[in-house]
Design a protein around this ligand. Structure first.
Ligand code: BEZ
Length: 212
């Protein structure tokens, strides 16, 4: 198992999930993907995370993004736990959860950090592009539930910056001005960004979000 870095091809695998066998790359197809681990079934924070993710189904779909969860519990446990998630979070789990009892996926993606916990996965997130390359990695401890609005925000930024020579500034949200990539020469800005721009410093030039 090697560290997975940004730009690496996301390791492929075949796994049993609550929605049948998944061949990861084939399952992703031309979509973006979010692969995320949680420490264990029948735990409180994980229950809320999977509930929130289910409720964001339409938001992920609008971004052409498939979601795949993983934990090291067996399929039967996942199936029982899903009933609790549905009941307590007032939702219906609508994405597959990998039953990774043999830790194949957890090991492949370095999701077990033994100095944090020898058995359970940490809260890892991998965002994967349609080219199967890793675009973002995040690692949260078991005690901190993730902010899934932040994951959507990052996908928005990744999808925008994949198509335009821009970057998104701190705390950027959809609709706000973006930063023009330093590689773009001043004289090329008007033709590339016809909505206008501000030149705050030679290295800090902003423009309205180009894809709206
Ligand atoms: C939880 O999901 O609530 C949790 C899981 C493992 C350790 C601590 C909290």
């Amino acid at each position: 198992m090697a560290t997975i870095r940004l730009g690496d091809i996301a390791p492929d695998f075949t796994a049993e999930t609550t929605e049948g066998t998944v061949h990861f790359h084939e399952w992703l197809g031309n979509s973006w993907g979010v692969l995320f681990s949680h420490p264990a079934d029948f735990t409180p924070v994980c229950t809320t995370e999977l509930g929130v993710t289910s409720k964001l189904k339409d938001e992920f779909a609008r971004r052409n993004t498939k979601v795949l969860a993983v934990s090291v519990d067996p399929l039967k446990s996942h199936q029982e736990w899903i009933k609790d998630i549905n009941e307590t979070q007032h939702t219906t789990v609508n994405f597959p959860i990998i039953a990774d009892a043999d830790r194949k996926v957890a090991t492949l993606y370095d999701m077990i950090h033994p100095n944090a916990n020898e058995t359970f996965t940490v809260r890892s997130v991998f965002i994967i592009g349609p080219d199967k390359k890793v675009k973002l990695t995040l690692t949260y401890p078991a005690s901190t539930g993730r902010n899934f609005f932040e994951i959507l925000r990052v996908i928005d930024s990744l999808q925008l910056t994949a198509n335009y020579s821009v970057a998104t500034p701190a705390n950027w949200e959809q609709g706000q001005d973006v930063v023009i990539a330093p590689a773009i020469k001043d004289e090329d800005i008007p033709s590339r960004f016809p909505k206008g721009h501000k030149r705050i410093k030679p290295y800090l030039r902003t423009t309205p979000q180009p894809n709206l």
